[in-house]
Design a protein around this ligand. Structure first.
Ligand SMILES: [Ca+2]
Ligand SMILES: [Ca+2]
Length: 314
């Protein structure tokens, strides 16, 4: 079995090398987070943008689109910051508001995956209350070729601090029928941590943004940001062990096996997940086998080593 796995590994690495250009065209993904999803007039927020699976990229531009008349102040030049080194970087151009543009060019063989850019925005004192969406459009190129990558949006909520509602809401969650023994649930907001009652219900909580944390010893934790302004039900996926990329056990009852390597290979080379884990964030957490925060060929390698150890012991 060890020899077969070694052969498969060698073949797959060869195929990944051969298909690198295709992977760059099909698998690049942009991710964004905000330092806070709920803001009040005068607040500052930092939008952080990161990139995955764009190994062949040689230059990147990010176009930030936001409401610069009703919600956010026009950012100054220093409010946009690239997080990359050894690059030729054009200034963050705010003259095209509401589309602030940031552009960087790269030398040969520069890896631009990971944290890319931070943009700091300030909420106007007379901002319109309600949802406001910030969209980031990436323009990624490999020489003359464009690398396909979807844009990314964050919907922030501007609240009126003088009109805080006294209304309280329930958050309940639905769990799979089996395989959840010993699972713990917590709802966190700042330093507050709430526990559910026996009916899987967080009762009478203040509205706002929370992080729902689902954890179980030996399994990859699931976290989900929930914006509570009404009674809310959240579907929880069955927790799996790290490396169980396809979300299923094999015929020996092992959570991780060659099927998971195949599933991870498809994701890395073609950019889609053919397994049973439908939540994209949870899939990436499970597939991050070496736990460095990114899903790439190193996780494939780490999974291979782990599976080889299991089989050679068995
Ligand atoms: Ca599996
Ligand atoms: Ca990783």
């Amino acid at each position: 079995m060890k020899k077969i796995l070694s052969t498969i590994m060698a073949l797959v690495i060869l195929m990944l090398l051969l298909s690198a250009a295709y992977a760059a065209n099909g698998g690049a993904s942009l991710y964004g987070t905000a330092s806070s999803m709920t803001l009040a007039p005068g607040d500052e927020v930092t939008i952080s943008v990161a990139l995955e699976n764009a190994a062949e990229a040689k230059s990147v531009s990010l176009v930030f689109d936001y409401d610069n008349t009703g919600v956010f102040e026009n950012p100054a030049k220093g409010d946009g910051r690239w997080l990359l080194f050894n690059t030729t970087i054009a200034a963050f151009d705010t003259s095209k508001v509401p589309c602030g543009t940031a552009a960087a060019a790269y030398g040969e063989a520069t890896n631009i995956n990971g944290s890319l850019f931070n943009l700091k925005l300030r909420v106007r004192e007379n901002a319109v209350f309600g949802k406001s969406t910030i969209t980031v459009v990436p323009i990624i190129r490999n020489g003359t070729q464009t690398v396909a990558c979807e844009s990314m949006s964050l919907a922030l909520t501007i609240v009126d601090p003088s009109a805080q509602s006294d209304e309280k809401w329930d958050l309940s969650f639905q769990v799979p029928g089996t395989g959840m023994e010993g699972t713990e649930f917590a709802l966190k907001s700042g330093t507050t941590e709430l526990k559910p009652d026996a009916d899987n219900l967080f009762r009478q909580i203040d509205g706002g943004n929370y992080t729902l944390c689902v954890s179980r010893d030996g399994f990859v934790s699931y976290t989900k940001e929930v914006d509570i302004d009404k009674n809310t039900v959240v579907n929880i996926p069955r927790l799996v062990k790290r490396g169980n990329v396809n979300g299923a056990s094999d015929y020996l009852g092992q959570e991780t096996g060659v099927e998971d390597m195949a599933c991870l290979y498809t994701y890395l080379s073609k950019g889609f997940n053919e397994g049973q884990i439908s939540d994209g964030d949870y899939f990436r957490a499970v597939a991050d086998v070496n736990e460095d925060g990114w899903v790439n060929i190193l996780d494939y390698q780490a999974l291979y080593v782990e599976i080889q150890t299991v089989y050679s012991e068995g």
